[in-house]
Design a protein around this ligand. Structure first.
Ligand code: NAD
Length: 242
């Protein structure tokens, strides 16, 4: 059995998830990367001395099989970071039902699928575990053009609170991190005007770095947050307060 803590990061092949995987690996965890992008997942995992599994979080049978394989190899899962997420933006009035459902399926049902399998098959048995769900500030304040995405992230925050209450007696903590605008490939590509509008709305006057989201996750899976569960830690340079 793997003696290190096993940390599973969904959508860990690139972006914020990759940075979280790097951070947890640097702190002594074995990083297990789950992603639909098989090649990128393998490259990220190889660089961290971890493992990669190709799975779509919205497909419960693929999630179930993947979780079985991880437990067979590592014996347990100590940390789960539900980070996989997508956007399919358009104005609410023009949004197709398909785009609404697909974003909910990945961003919200995906968190349910992965958490339920990991909690049932490992964390409950070991009477310990930490789950961190990556939400977004738009799940708190909404955002034009993101009806599907903001609804999914609001759902993630509510799911986090309920899981925390149900699982606290089993010594399993469940928290969320809600990033604001983080410098990733997605935000790099935005037109200069849009970037300037974002910046003027951020009290700290700059985008966040993926490492600053990873730092919040690191805190929430550490003993420093041992009495914290059901919370949403906002990482946004001061946009959402209270
Ligand atoms: P990204 O697109 O760079 O990375 C997302 C990863 O998830 C990719 O590797 C992708 O292949 C994977 N993925 C997508 N669908 C999947 C599926 N069905 N099953 C498994 N893996 C899947 O995105 P990012 O910017 O790094 O965002 C990571 C998380 O942070 C997301 O949940 C996102 O909603 C959230 N977030 C990002 C920002 C931001 O500014 N970038 C802000 C708030 C919240």
């Amino acid at each position: 059995m793997n003696q290190k803590k096993t940390a599973v990061i969904t959508g860990g092949a690139r972006g914020i998830g990759k940075c979280i995987a790097e951070r947890l690996a640097s702190e002594g965890c074995k990083a297990v990367i789950i992603d639909v992008d098989e090649q990128a997942a393998s490259e990220t995992a190889a660089a961290l001395g971890g493992d990669a599994y190709s799975a779509d979080v919205s497909d419960d049978s693929s999630v179930s099989e993947t979780v079985d394989r991880i437990i067979e190899k590592d014996g347990k899962i100590d940390i789960l970071v539900n980070n996989a997420g997508v956007t399919r933006d358009s104005l609410f009035m023009r949004m197709s039902e398909e785009d609404f459902r697909r974003v909910l399926d990945i961003n919200l049902t995906g968190v349910f699928n992965f958490s339920r399998n990991v909690v049932r098959k490992s964390m409950i048995k070991n009477r310990q575990g930490c789950v961190v769900n990556i939400a977004s500030i738009v799940g708190i304040i909404g955002n034009p053009g993101q009806a599907n995405y903001s609804a999914s992230k609001a759902g993630v925050i509510a799911l986090t609170k309920t899981m925390a209450k149900e699982l606290a007696p089993r010594n399993i903590r469940v928290n969320a991190v809600a990033p604001g605008f983080i410098r990733t490939r997605m935000t790099d590509k935005l037109p200069e005007k849009v970037k300037q509008d974002f910046l003027s709305a951020i009290p700290m006057g700059r985008l966040g770095e993926p490492g600053e989201v990873a730092g919040a996750v690191s805190f929430l899976v550490s003993d420093n947050s041992g009495y914290i569960t059901g919370q949403t830690l906002v990482v946004d340079g001061g946009m959402v307060t209270g």
